[in-house]
Design a protein around this ligand. Structure first.
Ligand SMILES: CC(C)(COP(=O)(O)OP(=O)(O)OC[C@H]1O[C@@H](n2cnc3c(N)ncnc32)[C@H](O)[C@@H]1OP(=O)(O)O)[C@@H](O)C(=O)NCCC(=O)NCCS
Length: 261
């Protein structure tokens, strides 16, 4: 029998870090520790059914401090409602990110752009991965949805300094517009038949012309075409959630993220 939706997502959240990290269980929390390269992971409620306590949070923070990684916790509020209080009482500010699942067919926006999902076998793939990382870095340096000046010239300055690290669990997309080249990007990460869309970013100079939505649509359709049964994502804010809703995603909960340096 298929798992209920939130259990399905929780199972994904537990599975995906295990692809390139080891899991340490500390009571109601599981801390994922990466030995190789890449962003350090967070701790989540132990799957299934972990109910983290204040003591668990304290123990994991100490462990994160010892490991030299940021103190970071992530969970779904509807699955583990008690965790919010515990984490806030430990002094964290918690980002409440709308959690959305694709509900029905993908709605592809009409845009004046070439949107493609990268083929890992194609020539130039690693160069394109470097492009993805470059655009993501510049986009996330300008949070929110407003347009701005950062654009292709900044991208071309940064690109040669970026090392293209390809992680096999990812699929990447790029959107290119006439005369400016690639300006928007995003990725999916997959575990089993669930895929999460992450890292959607548009250079500030190219925002508000449908590219964020077009990238999301291309990645979601690519996941479905490759046998994924569930596509989901979390949005950095309510206004960003609107971009995804236009593609066919529907709000199902709140993903909580707490982090200190
Ligand atoms: C969030 C982000 C990816 C959106 O990218 P984008 O390419 O501007 O997205 P879209 O163009 O599809 O949608 C943005 C807005 O433009 C509007 N829009 C889309 N096409 C348009 C057009 N042709 N003309 C005018 N407005 C348009 C959309 O309706 C939306 O408006 P809204 O804010 O009122 O809902 C981008 O702002 C970004 O990179 N932010 C920083 C990184 C980030 O937070 N990423 C998301 C992580 S969850």
């Amino acid at each position: 029998m298929p798992l209920p939706l939130l259990a399905e997502l929780e199972s994904f959240y537990d599975a995906v870090p295990r692809l390139d990290a080891r899991a340490e269980v500390h009571g109601g929390l599981t801390l994922f520790v990466r030995d190789g390269e890449g962003f350090p992971y967070y701790a989540r409620p132990t799957f299934p059914g972990g109910e983290p306590t204040a003591v668990d949070v304290r123990v994991v923070r100490e462990r994160q401090r010892d490991l030299g990684v940021s103190q970071a916790f992530e969970w779904v509020h509807e699955t583990t409602p008690g965790m919010l209080d515990v984490v806030e009482q430990a002094g964290f500010t918690v980002l409440r990110a709308p959690l959305l699942v694709l509900d029905g067919p993908v709605r592809v926006p009409e845009v004046d752009a070439r949107v493609r999902v990268l083929d890992p076998e194609a020539p130039g793939f690693l160069h394109d991965v470097a492009m993805v990382r470059t655009i993501a870095q510049l986009s996330f340096s300008a949070p929110g949805t407003a347009t701005g000046e950062t654009g292709p010239r900044d991208r071309d300055t940064l690109l040669p300094t970026v090392t293209p690290v390809h992680v096999p669990k990812f699929r990447y997309a790029l959107a290119e517009i006439p005369d400016h080249g690639p300006v928007a990007t995003g990725m999916t990460q997959r575990a089993g038949d669930v895929a999460e869309v992450v890292g959607v970013g548009t250079l500030p100079s190219a925002r508000r012309r449908g590219l964020g939505a077009a990238i999301t649509a291309a990645l979601a359709q690519d996941a479905l075409d490759n046998g994924v049964a569930r596509v989901f994502l979390s949005a950095g804010s309510e206004e960003i959630a609107r971009v995804y809703e236009r593609v066919g995603f529907r709000r199902v909960g709140t993903a909580c993220i707490a982090e200190t340096e």
